[in-house]
Ligand binder design. Structure first.
Ligand code: GLU
Length: 331
């Protein structure tokens, strides 16, 4: 990946349309919340619309109570959205129709390779999960080859470029390798293994919801290159891209269980007030001089992509102390 000059707002549309797109595969942690705060600010500060989309297509990873807990944590924190949440799996038929368009143009082909690749496809590939370059083993297949295949097969998108260059409002000009044709439709044994990949569903749904800007963690930059390719093939305009730096552990890796319990619900259980958490996150983003408690609305006139801290936020082991919160003194 290469990154150039800092972005400007040339490709922004006003009023903007954004989305919060959590995967209900577990509870929300501090890093997710920080990115959602950024997405919310960008829309609310510009009087746009913010949709909620539950990205639940990875049935093997969806956890039944996650939807409720995510919605509840966001409301507690002070983030809202417009209308009812869109449930991604409800759009299976529309996704299928879009796949058929690509098939009819020979822009998708059936592929019997790499089970691991196919299994991973329904989830967003966060840092380190991008997989290998696809060598093109099945690229000579055509849509009609599918009728001859006797084993389960996926559909791969025929990406016509080795890399994509795009403008990101935070990162500037970004060039990302594509790593070959990639899975857009899983087809295996059993209902859980059939359906659109994350890369495919996200493009269709952002378009369906009229999304004009995507704000998400910068570990999804490689996915953006793939999504731009799909959108171009279908004649869909791409949104403005805004990739924000992640919260990471002291080992430099994306926040995970091994870094301790940073679930929003755990902070709530320890009686951390939402304004303490928000003040801390705002401080980490460069929008609060000190860890002064505040609610998201207080930030509306005080934030900008230009003034955002562009470095990943390294979380120490004792998050509560970093926040300046003493559980012993909590009422
Ligand atoms: N649902 C994805 C995730 O939680 C994010 C998708 C996106 O923002 O494009 O990892």
């Amino acid at each position: 990946m290469s990154i150039g000059r800092e972005g400007n707002s040339k490709n922004l549309i006003f009023p903007p349309v954004g989305r919060l797109a959590p995967s209900p595969t577990g509870e929300m942690h501090l890093g997710n919340l920080r990115t959602f705060l950024c997405a919310w600010l960008s829309i609310r500060a510009n009087h746009g619309k913010l949709w909620m989309r539950m990205e639940d297509i990875d049935l093997s990873r969806v956890r039944p109570l996650s939807v409720e807990s995510i919605v509840d944590d966001l409301a507690w924190f002070g983030l809202d959205w417009d209308g009812e949440p869109l449930i991604q799996s409800d759009r299976f038929l529309e996704h299928k129709e879009s796949l058929e368009i690509l098939q009819s143009r020979e822009l998708a082909y059936p592929c019997i390779c790499t089970r691991a690749d196919v299994e991973r496809a329904a989830s967003a590939p966060h840092a380190g999960q991008q997989g290998q370059q696809y060598p093109g083993t099945c690229a000579q297949n055509t849509t009609s080859t599918a009728q001859e295949l006797t084993v389960p097969f996926a559909w791969r998108f025929r990406h016509d470029r080795e890399s994509e260059t795009f403008r990101d409002l935070v990162k500037g000009e970004v060039s990302e390798a594509v790593r070959g044709d990639f899975v857009i439709w899983k087809a295996g044994k059993g209902i859980q293994s059939v359906g659109p990949s994350y890369q495919f569903a996200v493009v269709m749904d952002d378009h369906f919801q009229g999304v004009t800007e995507v704000v998400r963690g910068d570990d999804l930059l490689a996915s953006t290159a793939k999504q731009i390719g799909i959108a171009r093939a279908l004649g869909i305009p791409s949104p403005a891209w805004i990739h924000v730096p992640l919260v990471i552990g002291e080992d430099g890796l994306r926040l995970a269980k091994r870094h301790g319990d940073n679930k929003v619900s755990s902070f709530r259980k320890q009686k951390v007030p939402s304004d303490v958490l928000c003040g801390y996150l705002a401080w980490s983003l460069g929008w609060n001089d000190a860890k002064v408690p505040m609610v998201p609305k207080d930030l509306l006139h005080n934030w900008s992509w230009q003034s955002m801290n562009k470095m990943p936020w390294v979380l120490g082991k004792d998050t509560l102390r970093e926040m300046g919160f003493d559980p012993a003194k909590a009422g």
